[in-house]
Design a protein around this ligand. Structure first.
Ligand code: SAM
Length: 216
């Protein structure tokens, strides 16, 4: 489908969104590996949004939690400045091994990516204050409220926090309101909305993308 084709139904909307993301062979391979390994790569629309954001921010330093097989990393890097560095954190060394290979296949110099193995909440406190243009988080939902605290410290003024899965239907329609993941989503959404230092924007892409820009 091309952007000129009329939109017929909900599935067609996803194709329509996808037409805005140039998915070359490397990106398609990263996505296929992610699906094969069961690590749920970001959606095409989310990828387009990440590339858009790093381009608009002229990002030179980005941090993400949840490397996976490198789909989100590739999208972020494609918008970043040519000498920009992506710091990507994951608990799983196997996923990071696959992502390292994908980044090499994309002809990215090794200095453009810094892959750190560990839990987000253990690694983020070691990173420098105010040094990042964008932080992307797509894993460990129960930790989201703590990621927000870290983002407020790590982002430069004008920097953007991007949280994925914010409209996860299964979680948000779960009748068991004590579910820790559902609680964490609601808590972080409330915290973002009520923080005067942040300008929020919720986009219905993928499982829901919450953007929060830190006031200059
Ligand atoms: C949904 S996948 C990420 C997909 C990736 N963003 C992509 O588009 O290819 C989630 C990843 O987060 C990692 N992960 C889970 N909990 C984590 C944590 N507490 N800290 C860091 N990484 C974590 C998993 O190992 C997995 O690779």
């Amino acid at each position: 489908m091309t952007p000129e084709t009329p939109i017929a139904d909900a599935d067609a909307v996803q194709d329509y969104v996808a037409a805005y993301l140039a998915q070359d062979e490397v990106l398609a391979a990263a996505r296929a590996r992610g699906v094969e390994l069961g690590c749920a790569p970001i959606s095409l629309g989310t990828g387009a949004a990440l590339r858009f954001l790093t381009t608009a921010l002229q990002a030179r330093a980005v941090v993400e939690v949840g490397t996976g097989t490198g789909v989100s990393g590739l999208c972020l890097l494609r918008g970043m400045a040519p000498d920009g560095v992506l710091t990507s954190i994951d608990v799983d060394p196997e996923y990071q091994r696959v992502a390292r290979r994908i980044f090499a296949d994309a002809s990215l110099p090794s200095g453009r990516t810094r892959l750190i193995m560990g839990r987000g909440l253990e690694v983020l406190p070691r990173l420098a204050d105010g040094a990042y243009d964008l932080m992307f988080v797509g894993s460990a939902i129960t930790d989201y409220p703590r990621y927000l605290e870290e983002a407020l410290r790590l982002l430069r003024p004008g920097g953007v926090l991007v949280l994925d899965n914010m409209l996860d239907r299964e979680l948000l329609t779960d009748p068991d309101t004590r579910d820790p993941e559902a609680q964490a989503l609601l808590e972080v959404a409330r915290a973002v909305r009520s923080d005067e230092r942040l300008a929020p924007l919720l986009l219905p892409l993928g499982d829901g993308l919450l953007l929060a820009a830190k006031a200059p």
